[in-house]
Design a protein around this ligand. Structure first.
Ligand code: ACM
Length: 765
């Protein structure tokens, strides 16, 4: 009896221990990306001035040892001693183990007596150090002397899911200082990102010194303010992050000019800085299109001397003149001297090729080389440049347009055109390596909303329909940041952070099941971002309806997404300030607009939400007998810049839709749709509609404007309400697609339910 009891107790204890080691919460550790495996240990390791760093390979790991010391220097007031031989305690031991081969893979063991970092490569040791960085208290990041450097005991075994974990930054449309690029690289490294793609040239500015063609920067780096600048200035009235960085404005010959460029030496220094953080800088010199800044100074680059906008894009340089190749090779030779990266990006996107067809040089070239069409001329240019890159030991990357006229299988394809969904698979079948950067969700210049982080985290870089062998050719993904509407470093921070952390975890850990824990770990990262002075976007306020409706009166409450944030409001049309009243059960009794925003304790404001309240009576139902299910849809081919511009009169075709989506038969590059009929609502009350559109849409129910999501834009959700009596209510939805891929979704909720699809049986005509 007694022995049995002891045995049962033992079983229970073992069970509890096992349970303790398996059921810990991931969010106990503020780590992004989350490691492949993490086992908690017992106790802590304390880094003190007496701790030593040891490695049998001090020279091999010299750079990483310096990075490690940098983590502690401010707190400890100096570097830790570095020795060749380890000792049993109070040591950080860096061990080379060639068996851990995969680039970036490492093991990290922290016990109360020592830390052991094991890897077969420098990148792996570096990522172990960045893991240690995230495990350290935030005070270490703040560089405060004397902060306690405590690390929890644990064992981590980790390696990256994808080899290309990229961020891009367009430094042409707006220019960014070297100091900012350093900060950008540092935060990429913090989240284990490793490819920094710099879009160095475009129509709006040439940003890298080329010694053989000095006018590229003397002239091409400067411009008068353009329409994007004007738009930014306008927005800066409400949001100072849109203020154009004064640092990049000069006076020259009586003119105010915007611009700037990097000297070759500045870039070489940046490349070295990035290399210490295991970030490769991938330079892009975009050609043959997007070359207006260069052509201004070197007009010989064109086929016919023209340097204007064509139908969609600026006119390109001429692939049919030897002078163009001499220029391109000279430029890329200097680029290769600055950037040691294995990959060099040649752009190749958005080329207005039509002028080439008119050129005698091109006609002759096509005949001589047997080139069938003008897409083939671009291929001729890219393939020839690829041979040049390869002769210098480099690999070429091009945007996915370079596939169109045929491309060699050794080129690397950067996919961006969401509306050409088969391009990645086509590239992989051709044997090309592919980097996924589809506009949705990976263009971080697109405004963020409450779904963006989720969408980035749940993006799957491997397109459907690839064989396992072809899937291996997808080497990773990258977020692109086009800067037309990003005129300041603060705005660039805001657009990229914290979205980049979702990308980092998707590419490294690649396990969608960690999302809930990621959300919690992200909140734990905010104090670190504060310490790093990152102007990150605050979490969205939940449950905001853009356009609200009430019959008698209503109360407005918004729950703060973080306990540290305070929600403040205004009703006089001004933007909420840190001094505005705190929102608490605000009584709404007349039609008005309430602006709300979250504030950090430091006074930083999140997105401002303007909630329009409208007093409505319940719309009476239509007394008609509409028994046919579905809605009538008129399909108009053509480009409309807003739903009000959709032509009236005879549509190109008409069909019946039983749900709000776009059938395959609607396939014009640009079009407008008009859905008309009735919606049979089963109860009386206030209905909420959620309309997600790319591009624009307008929903009217009972002839009342319910959701306004009009205009040319990427996929965003807008919400609105309408007061309806039970029964048939007139339904009208107008939708436009401007080109480049579309989204159309409509959901509803009633009485605070979760948003749901509208049952097909509700639609009548
Ligand atoms: C691009 O967005 N033009 C690559």
């Amino acid at each position: 009896m007694f022995r049995k009891y002891i045995f049962a107790l033992l079983v229970l204890l073992v069970g509890l221990c096992l349970n303790a080691s398996y059921s810990f919460a991931q969010e106990n550790y503020s780590l992004i990306p989350y490691p492949k495996s993490l086992e908690p240990g017992k106790g802590n390791f304390y880094i003190t001035k007496q701790t030593i760093i040891s490695s049998a390979l001090i020279v091999k790991f010299n750079s990483e040892i310096n990075q490690l010391n940098e983590l502690f220097a401010a707190s400890l007031g100096g570097d830790l001693k570095v020795t060749k031989s380890a000792r049993p305690t109070n040591v950080i031991n860096i061990v080379y183990d060639p068996a851990i081969k995969s680039p970036g893979a490492y093991r990290l063991t922290i016990t109360p007596s020592k830390i052991t970092i094991i890897s077969g490569n420098n990148a792996g040791v570096f990522y172990a150090i960045e893991t240690i960085r995230q495990l350290l208290p935030v005070s270490a990041e703040e560089g405060k002397a004397g902060s306690k450097l405590t690390l929890p005991a644990l064992t981590i075994s980790d390696e990256p899911g994808y080899s290309w974990r990229g961020m891009h930054l367009d430094v042409s449309r707006h220019f960014f200082s070297i100091a900012y690029l350093r900060r950008f690289i540092d935060r990429m490294a913090l989240y284990k990102m490793n490819k920094f793609h710099l879009h160095l040239t475009d129509d709006q500015g040439w940003r890298i010194e080329i010694k053989k063609y000095p006018k590229l920067t003397e002239e091409g780096a400067w411009r008068t303010f353009d329409r994007n600048d004007t738009a930014c200035m306008k927005r800066s009235a409400d949001n100072p992050d849109f203020t154009i960085d004064k640092e990049h404005i000069i006076q020259k010959n009586g003119k105010t000019l915007y611009g700037g460029y990097y000297t070759q030496q500045q870039m070489k220094d940046l490349v070295k800085y990035a290399a210490q953080k295991h970030v490769d800088i991938i330079p892009e010199i975009d050609m043959p299109g997007h070359m207006m800044a260069a052509i201004n100074s070197y007009p010989f680059l064109t086929c016919n001397g023209e340097n204007t906008w064509g139908q969609f894009f600026t006119k390109p340089i001429c692939p049919c003149n030897e002078n163009t190749f001499a220029f391109a090779e000279n430029v890329f030779s200097e680029i290769m001297d600055i950037f040691p990266s294995e990959y060099i990006h040649i752009g190749g996107d958005e080329v207005e090729r039509s002028d080439w067809a008119k050129s005698d040089a091109c006609k002759a070239l096509m005949q001589r080389e047997g080139i069938k069409d003008i897409a083939g001329l671009e291929s001729y240019f890219i393939n020839r440049m690829e041979k040049f890159f390869n002769s210098k030991g480099r690999k070429l990357i091009g945007w996915d347009e370079v596939l169109e006229g045929g491309i060699s299988p050794t080129a690397n394809i950067m996919y961006w055109r969401t509306w050409v969904p088969n391009a990645p698979a086509k590239a992989a079948r051709n044997g090309n390596h592919v980097i996924m950067t589809p506009g949705s969700p990976l263009y971080f210049d697109n405004p963020a909303d409450k779904n963006s982080i989720y969408n980035v985290y749940h993006f799957n870089p491997i397109p459907a329909g690839l064989t396992p062998e072809q899937a291996k050719l997808i080497i990773g993904a990258q977020a692109n940041v086009w800067s037309e509407n990003i005129p300041s470093e603060k705005r660039a921070d805001y657009m990229t952070m914290p979205r980049m952390t979702a990308l980092a975890e998707m590419l490294w850990t690649n396990n969608k099941e960690h999302y809930t824990s990621y959300e919690k770990r992200l909140v734990m990262q905010f104090p670190r971002m504060d310490a790093l002075n990152i102007n990150y976007r605050l979490p969205d306020l939940d449950g905001i309806i853009d356009s609200k409706v009430f019959v008698e009166s209503d109360r407005l409450n918004v729950t703060s997404p973080l306990s540290s944030l305070t929600i403040r409001f205004t009703t006089d049309g001004t933007l909420p300030q840190a001094s505005s009243p705190v929102l608490n059960n605000l009584l709404i009794s007349h039609t008005e607009t309430v602006k709300v925003a979250a504030f950090t304790p430091g006074g930083k404001r999140g997105d401002v939400y303007a909630i329009r309240y409208e007093q409505q009576s319940l719309a009476k139902p239509v007394m008609a007998n509409k028994t046919d299910t579905g809605l009538k849809v008129d399909y108009y081919k053509g480009f409309f810049k807003g739903t009000t511009y959709i032509r009236s009169g005879q549509p190109d075709s008409t069909y019946t839709a039983t749900s709000i989506d776009v059938p395959k038969s609607v396939n014009a590059p640009s079009f407008g749709l008009k859905y008309r009929g009735y919606i049979d609502v089963p109860e009386t009350g206030i209905y909420t509609f959620y309309l997600t559109c790319d591009d624009g849409g307008i929903l009217k129910i009972a002839d009342r404007l319910t959701v306004d999501n009009d205009g040319l834009h990427s996929a965003i959700e807008k919400t609105g309400q309408v007061a309806l009596s039970k029964g048939l209510q007139p339904f009208a939805l107008d939708f436009i697609e401007g080109g480049g891929g579309f989204t159309l979704k409509l959901k509803y909720s009633f009485n605070g339910s979760e948003p749901k699809d509208i049952p097909q049986s509700w639609f009548r005509n």
